[in-house]
Design a protein around this ligand. Structure first.
Ligand code: PMV
Length: 314
């Protein structure tokens, strides 16, 4: 029918999960996989209501667990863009190659792709900023009060510095002269971002000095990572990933399943590895020196992880 598909990218947090909540900068990279959305406005057969056909690949249980949040997020995007399905029906079909799994920003990819498709169906050409804002509204349906890092990566793609402020968040693209070769793998465990973020907050309030110490160490890692990105020094990025993972262990957001995958990636020759996102489940990533090593790491992880993917940050 000549309908065009509209995309939102998945992402991995390179450096700064959890710390980013406290308004320090983080680095995030969009993965190659994306969610795409096609919308069909109602026809003579049906005049109103919302139909969502969700054809996205996902780890077992993920879509059922998130079904209500997905509908709520979608409805918030529609509301933000002024599409009232009580007046004019809409069928939304979600697809693409992004596997919906904890930590990959599947919700943001979903909301951004819906925002793009709905705006196109309305005949509007929205700026990327407006798409990002619509995506953020949808993210609230999933997460309540997210930092905004996921929808920003889902909208703009590439590698970004992201920082929360008291007002609008700041973000900047980081251009890489050569691509970073990444393997990422799932523990198969769906983590609750709001619960883990609340736990970290409680620990921070109980032991502020301890938390400030970790935050200071994180900032050193972040600054060194910015330098390493400038020269595509992947060996340095790997060493910093290892350090950041150790910090996240101290923050108590890793878990035996993540540690096992991180250790296996290092054992198979990765330059470094860390958990990505909320932790206590979800994903980890590893960075590799070349395509051969990337394959070796993917093979090693494939033996112990339920799902493994390769991607590049470019
Ligand atoms: O699990 P993810 O990829 O949605 O990442 C959550 C990142 C946190 O820093 C833990 C929370 C946030 O809102 O930034």
């Amino acid at each position: 029918k000549g309908q065009s598909q509209h995309k939102g990218f998945g992402k991995l947090i390179l450096f700064g999960e959890h710390f980013v909540v406290y308004k320090v900068p983080a680095l995030v990279g969009a993965v190659a996989a994306y969610t795409e959305c096609v919308v069909e406005p109602s026809s003579a057969e049906w005049s109103h209501g919302l139909i969502v056909e969700d054809n996205r690949p996902a780890i077992p249980g993920y879509k059922d667990e998130k079904a209500d949040e997905m509908l709520e997020g979608t409805q918030l995007v529609l509301k933000h863009l002024g599409w009232d399905t009580a007046k004019k029906g809409l069928k939304i079909t979600l697809g693409g190659d992004l596997c919906a799994v904890s930590g990959i920003g599947a919700s943001a990819a979903n909301c951004v792709s819906v925002a793009r498709a709905v705006a196109a169906a309305q005949g509007r050409s929205l700026s990327e900023e407006e798409i990002n804002a619509a995506g953020y509204e949808g993210e609230k349906g999933y997460h309540g009060e997210p930092s905004g890092i996921d929808n920003t990566a889902a909208t703009y793609g590439g590698v970004l510095k992201f920082q929360r402020t008291d007002g609008a968040p700041l973000f900047e693209t980081r251009k890489l002269a050569s691509p970073a070769l990444i393997v990422y793998a799932s523990t198969g465990i769906t983590a609750s971002t709001s619960k883990v973020v609340a736990d970290v907050k409680a620990k921070k309030e109980k032991e502020p000095k301890w938390f400030d110490g970790l935050l200071a160490e994180y900032l050193d890692i972040y600054n060194a990572a910015e330098e390493a990105l400038k020269t595509c020094d992947w060996k340095a990025v790997g060493a910093l990933a290892d350090k950041n993972h150790a910090l996240l262990q101290q923050l108590t957001v890793s878990c035996p399943e993540l540690d096992k995958l991180v250790d296996a990636a290092r054992g198979a020759g990765a330059l470094g590895a860390k958990l990505a996102g909320t932790g206590r489940g979800g994903l980890m990533w590893a960075i590799c020196a070349d395509a051969k090593s990337q394959q070796a790491v993917a093979d090693a992880l494939g033996k112990i992880a339920p799902q493994v993917w390769k991607t590049e940050f470019a």
